[in-house]
Design a binder for this molecule. Structure first.
Ligand code: ATP
Length: 219
């Protein structure tokens, strides 16, 4: 596939554990879609992480919470990693999205924390053969980049986000977004200690957490 001018609107991809999905994820998707003119953001819950502990809630519950949090128009819940099973490699996910959306620029949205560990990802350099990387700022990061990653940044990073609309893949763009210091870890800890999580997650997500008694004992 050539990396030529694209006539089709770019699609965002936000992978995550979503254990549970919270307003930090949702605002990130909205902010990115506005700045990058995304036609949709596909939110992809992982099945099994490669480099961290298994999620607390099952894939089915996490997907149910995600689906309940969004209306399915701009933000779309995508269960391809749960369906695929096994360890969830972003490379496989981008490959399958590229097969489904051959003519759209694909913009993989990653938090700065995730980006710093990119060199540990399966086939990380090849991610850019399928899509762009959009690195969104998040609090609590600021370490130096791995030199291999720095070299890649020096080669392909762009300052003008419009370029992402006109090329199918291959670029890195750093997008500042207003920081929301919210994490799923913190939400699980609050539930486990009986604290109030209103306004950290959308109301339907809170109802499902209550209904299924999720995160009561485990963080
Ligand atoms: P945990 O606390 O369990 O690690 P998390 O809140 O970081 O979870 P993930 O599902 O692991 O959520 O995150 C998915 C993606 O969303 C990652 O790229 C992460 O950097 C980003 N992200 C999560 N929370 C925020 C936030 N508050 N602001 C911006 N980006 C976020």
């Amino acid at each position: 596939m050539s990396n030529s001018v694209a006539d089709w609107p770019p699609i965002g991809i936000l992978g995550g554990t979503f254990d549970p999905v919270h307003i930090g994820h949702l605002r990130l998707a909205i902010e990115a879609s506005e700045i990058l003119h995304l036609s949709m953001v596909r939110m992809v819950p992982l099945h099994q992480p490669n480099h961290r502990a298994a999620p607390v809630a099952s894939g089915g519950r996490r997907f149910e919470m995600l689906s309940a949090a969004i209306d399915g128009s701009l933000l779309v819940a995508d269960d391809r990693e749960l369906q695929r099973g096994g360890i969830s490699f972003t490379f496989d996910t981008l490959e399958s999205l590229r097969a489904d959306f051959a003519r759209h620029p694909l913009c993989l949205l990653v938090g700065a924390d995730a980006f710093y560990g990119l060199c540990e990802w399966h086939r990380w350099r090849e991610l850019l053969t399928y899509g762009h990387l959009v690195v969104v700022a998040r609090p609590d990061t600021g370490a130096e980049l791995d030199p291999r990653l720095q070299q890649l940044v020096d080669t392909v990073a762009i300052a003008d986000p419009d370029i992402l609309r006109h090329e199918l893949h291959g670029r890195i763009y750093f997008q500042p977004i207003p920081p929301l210091p919210i994490s799923s870890t913190d939400i699980r800890a609050r539930v486990a200690s009986g604290r109030d999580i209103r306004y950290l997650v959308p109301p339907p997500v809170q109802r499902l957490i209550d209904q299924y008694q999720l995160y009561k004992s485990s963080v």
